[in-house]
Design a protein around this ligand. Sequence first.
Ligand SMILES: [Zn+2]
Ligand SMILES: [Zn+2]
Length: 297
Amino acid sequence: MSILPQHHHLQHAAVIGRHHPHRNRHIYCTAITPAKTNLKLHKLAINTTPPITPPKLDDPSLKSTCIQRAWVATGCTSVLISLANSIIGSIDSHIWLEPILSGFVGYLFADLGSGVYHWGIDNYGDSSTPVFGSQIEAFQGHHKWPWIITKRQFANNLHALARVITYIVLPIDLIGHDQPVLMGFVGMASGCIMFSQQFHARAHGTKSKLPPIVVALQDAGVLVSRSQHLDHHRPPYKNNYCIVSGVWNRFLDDHRVFEALEMVVFLKLGLRPRSWSEPNSDWTKEAEDSPTTTSPP
Ligand SMILES: [Zn+2]
Ligand SMILES: [Zn+2]
């Protein structure tokens, strides 16, 4: 995991170079060391990675594949099994308030979880980070070209979370099927987490093009609002991380919770979050009509 912000300077290039030696060429040049004033050869890595460009509007990478649809189907099935178990268990045991409350807590938990995960992905690691590398790269691309999320097909946008939900929730469904309170929490939390990317995509939508029910839910604060999420894509690029309902955003930002976490991570692990060095060109939005983002005629 890189401990440096993603600047395109030599220091960062050297770090990247350790992870992607094939992307870099190595040159020898002269530099003055602090200890000695004599010239000494240093091996420096110059990052020659070509500038990342967004996919074209008709790019196949924005379309859903059969495998992605299958993962979304298994994810939805896992969530529905949880909810069905909760309803069946509630009928059998004649309890209703507790499963409904636990479902509401699951909805709140999902928003908080989406914020913590989004904060971590936005601020730490790079494309070479194990497990999370592709997510980190995707979110960096999202900050550069936020509008692309609205062009992605449904399963293309949700399949990564759906796969994780399937792996985690199906075993819980099997073990805790007779626990209606647990099943209510798991069903609502996992469902909202899986659909958080869809809510996120809707937050980038244009009001006039969104279904009226979605606009109503956004305006009511049930789903993360367009204005709230837009602030995440504006300087200083370090707030409004939650993307389910956004209900936690004001509390987390007013109390500087993530800034406190960043200090803890820095003091304990020496890792600097990207937000300490923003804004830089990596986070600056490119307009949708940028010459690099439009399809060829
Ligand atoms: Zn972000
Ligand atoms: Zn966004």
